[in-house]
Design a protein around this ligand. Structure first.
Ligand SMILES: C[S@@+](CC[C@H](N)C(=O)[O-])C[C@H]1O[C@@H](n2cnc3c(N)ncnc32)[C@H](O)[C@@H]1O
Length: 205
């Protein structure tokens, strides 16, 4: 999400690719089949390709112009909430940055329909608050919250130029079953906000 007066109807605020790589390096993932459920420009799908070249990647996006779909081995141009959950039966890890307006419904849907996969979503820290979510957090708290110690400059088709978000972000992670307690840690800024590395990413364009 981004801080603009006119909000993009699909929340097309894309994560910089270098940020996605830095985040993935901090997640200790051990998976072969990944899902990016609102793939957008494909920041996380490309980062997965970089760090796990053998991975099989599934991507979903409601936007037919989401270029990230073409980075995925299986592509679904549809609403995540209408997908057949059988498509995702082999998925081991889900990573991404959901549309903020639908984040809660996407998390609930993925926890229910892809229960075998770990789930890692980039979200504003304020997502941890609010009366509407607190009851649900009691039922299904994240296993880990990793706070980004530097703000993010999102991009996207309706964002003019790059602007750093005025909000702080964290990676909320769920593993198998209900977390007994939520562990909090920090992701330090090395790599965040660096210019995209053309050498690292060139073969993925
Ligand atoms: C905040 S952007 C993030 C894109 C990408 N994951 C990233 O990190 O750059 C949210 C994305 O969700 C997509 N989206 C919005 N509603 C959706 C839905 N109901 N189902 C699937 N994708 C949706 C938008 O088109 C957009 O690409």
């Amino acid at each position: 999400m981004a801080d603009k007066k006119i909000r993009d109807p699909l929340d097309r605020y894309y994560t910089p690719e270098s940020t996605a790589i830095h985040i993935l390096k901090n997640l200790d993932l051990d998976a072969k089949v990944f899902l990016e459920p609102s793939v957008g420009g494909g920041a996380f799908a490309k980062a997965i390709r970089c760090l796990f070249p053998q991975a099989h990647i599934l991507g979903v996006d409601l936007d037919p112009d989401a270029l990230g779909l073409s980075c995925c081995d299986q592509q679904y141009n549809q609403d995540l909430l209408t997908c057949d959950s059988d498509l995702f039966k082999d998925v081991e890890a889900i990573v991404g940055n959901p549309p903020f307006a639908l984040a809660l419904s996407h998390i609930k849907w993925l926890r229910k329909n892809v229960p075998q996969a770990s789930l890692h979503f980039l979200l504003p820290i304020q997502f941890l608050a609010s009366k509407t979510r607190v009851g649900w957090y009691m039922e299904d708290p994240p296993h880990k919250v990793r706070i980004l110690s530097q703000r993010i400059a999102f991009t996207g088709p309706t964002l003019k130029g790059k602007g750093t978000s005025s909000q702080d972000y964290a990676i909320l992670s769920w593993g198998l079953g209900r977390a007994e307690q939520t562990v909090c840690s920090w992701i330090f800024p090395e790599g965040l906000h660096e210019e995209e590395d053309p050498g690292l990413l060139a073969h993925l364009q």
